[in-house]
Design a protein. Sequence first.
Lengths: 359, 520
Amino acid sequence: MRLYLERRPEHSRTMAIASPFIAVGLTLVTGGIIFALLGFNPFSALYIYFLDPLTSLWSIEELLVKAGPLVLIGVGLAIGYSANVWNIGAEGQLVAGAVAGSLFPVLIPSWQDPTVLPVMLLMGVLGGMAWGAIPAFLKVRFGASEILSSLMLVYVAQLGLDWLVRGPWRDPHGFNFPKSVAFDGWQVLPTLSDSRVHLGIAFALIAAIVLAVVMARMLKGFEIRVIGSTPRAGAFAGFSRNRSIWFGFLVSGGLAGLAGISEVAGPIGHLQPSISPGYGFTAIIVAFLGRLNPLGVVAAGLMLALSYLGGEGAQVALGLSDKIARVFQGILLFYILACDTLILYRIRLAAFGWSGARQ
Amino acid sequence: MPGTSADRAGTCLLEASRIVKRFSGVTANDEVTLKVAAGEIHALLGENGAGKSTLVKIIYGALQPNAGELFWMGEPVTIASPAAARDLGIGMVFQHFSLFEALTVAENIALALPGRYDLAALSENIARVSKDYGLPLTPSAVVADLSVGERQRIEIVRCLLQEPRLLIMDEPTAVLTPQEADQLFITLRRLAGEGCAVLYISHRLEEVKSLCHNATILRHGKVVAEVDPTRETAASLARLMVGGDVHDVKATSPEHAGETLLALDNLSLAADGPFGVALKHISLDVHAGEVVAIAGVAGNGQGELFLALSGERTTSPGDAISMGGTPCASLRINARRALGAAFVPEERLGHGAAPGFTLSENVVLTRHSGKDGLAAGGFVDFARAAELNQRISRDFDVRKGKPDPEARALSGGNLQKFVVGRELDRQPKILIVNQPTWGVDAGAAALIRQALLDLARSGSAVLVISQDLDEIFEIADRIAVISRGELSAAEPARGLTTERIGLLMAGAHEKARQPVAEAV
């Protein structure tokens, strides 16, 4: 007996919905096995990791704070990936957005009126877009792989930020710590009462809803989906591949930039060498777990935010490295991509022979 | 030469008895019985989807039947794999064969043969076999330099080297010029004369009549007749295949040519990539009310010409192409659609339609732009797209399992009817079609051809690019031939013979050797 994959005549709608859940289930099983091999009771370890964070108000607030940037970046990436535009450098666009958005509060700390925050946010979006425009230009003009160029630009952006906060933008009264002046008053995102839940989370929800409408109802979204799945049919429809590349990078770069400035003007409150625990990379998983659907990305963002919190919980309660979060995220991405096969194929069991060997 | 079925019964080489093969819900072969005698050229006829390929794959060991038996020289056999089939002495030449372009003829054949081979000895063998059977081949030639016809010879020689007793040929003439096809028939007759059986799959009824001793006709997975094709007419064979009269296309020529709606004036286009074909100084007028056909063997610039006409590749100067009097060579596809043009590309799945999208979404593909477009204002009117899909499906008899399936779920013929119907539904002033009925069953082909003629007679200009000469003679008022990117002058179809077209396909009109005016 052996297993083989049989192509379905059409996409399976059931599987399109079920596959992320199967992937999460398999991730939990695999995680349980890893915990067991490490000598923990797998059930209590999984409880600490995935359920304990949901039992207190404080950690639910924290979940939203972490989900915000993941969703904001994830919806942008989902648009790009739908167009077959592989922006891997959202982390760099996040940093670029944070730096550009911080320009005015750092250089003119005395600018304190209601106009400063919108200007900061706009600058953040433009900064992310500008950073995303580089790989888009290289791709369109020279055919350079956007995967490599966008990824490499992450390190350029991070080192640039590092230089700024240790050099010209360092707070002169900051006891030589590598950080900028703290943002204050009108320069900070408003929060919900006295919690850490800030306006950036609303941006994420709005972006998800707007992009869901664009993708499902508007010609632009149709164009993106056609170009991404069937480029020649897209050309026949008169859609331009290059325009899709630009659109994918500018949208995902802009949203990553907005996430960057929202972090800096929100929970962090100043520039420092590290402003993200890899949100830009984790958002890649968020985009896929959400099946590249903007509303699915919202749910996926919460799930991945939980993996960050669970990692912190496992560090405290089990004494594990917080890198366990990366392990879970990697396993999850692996299973998501594998389970997507089930949408267009079904698994069949066959006796030995040639009967199943057709395409 | 052909005998009666009675005296062949004793020497039956292959017998497939009551073969049943089911694919999820569809019975592709329903109790099919086929007998092939040694030395016989046996035709397997049927529309697309009649079950020919399934039966042949079972005989070649690539599929296993759900029921039924195979007998080889009277003994029951199980053919578990193509390798087992080859061991028995069954060879097959596929319609879409794949060769390594960077390797030589001999290397390609060595790779396909079991075990290790001495290349020098093999080359000698190849040279001998190819000479014996009138299949000229140079063993040291690199495949990339060879024509499709020559590549097919490699496949045939590869089979012959294994001294087959049964040779299966799947639509072998689909890729050949008439002259090449004639040469192939000589080879096949010679093989049959030596006692090798040939199972010959074809749509082309005239070929079957002139070549085959016997014909088994399949319809909807069942054998409907076993006949001696020499005693049938092409019309009677077609009737058996389709089950009902294939309704003749009413080719009434227009009284006089109308205004010029599509004009190509010295159109040139550089080759796109190493395997592309450059278009050289193509000039052609298509008038209102007429169908002009461009004949030619595949890969002579038809694809490039289509892209240049549709605007998927733009070129200059602008007046190299005019539609309705407006220069448009540098305009993109939707601007040309706005001029009243519509296009049907050769590849329906992946070019004319997106496989993972529903039919109504595929309606949006070519009808989103313009003042009456489905996406005026940026939002797509999917409700209207669904209505259009219903109308197109009704008018063009698109058969499907549910109202709005994904394009990939449709059979080739039905998807082609949809793609053609989607464009005709707009009543275009100019229609440009590449291979309108490629791989489409006879019923769908007749419907599509009639629709093209009706459009032309209603005052539109229709340009058909096709490799199917029967089709071209059926519908075209004037015919031009493309060969290596050059187009012959269009001549009235009435005065043209197949021989003349075959010569043009082989490049009789090419001006490559003469000095030509520089493209501006």
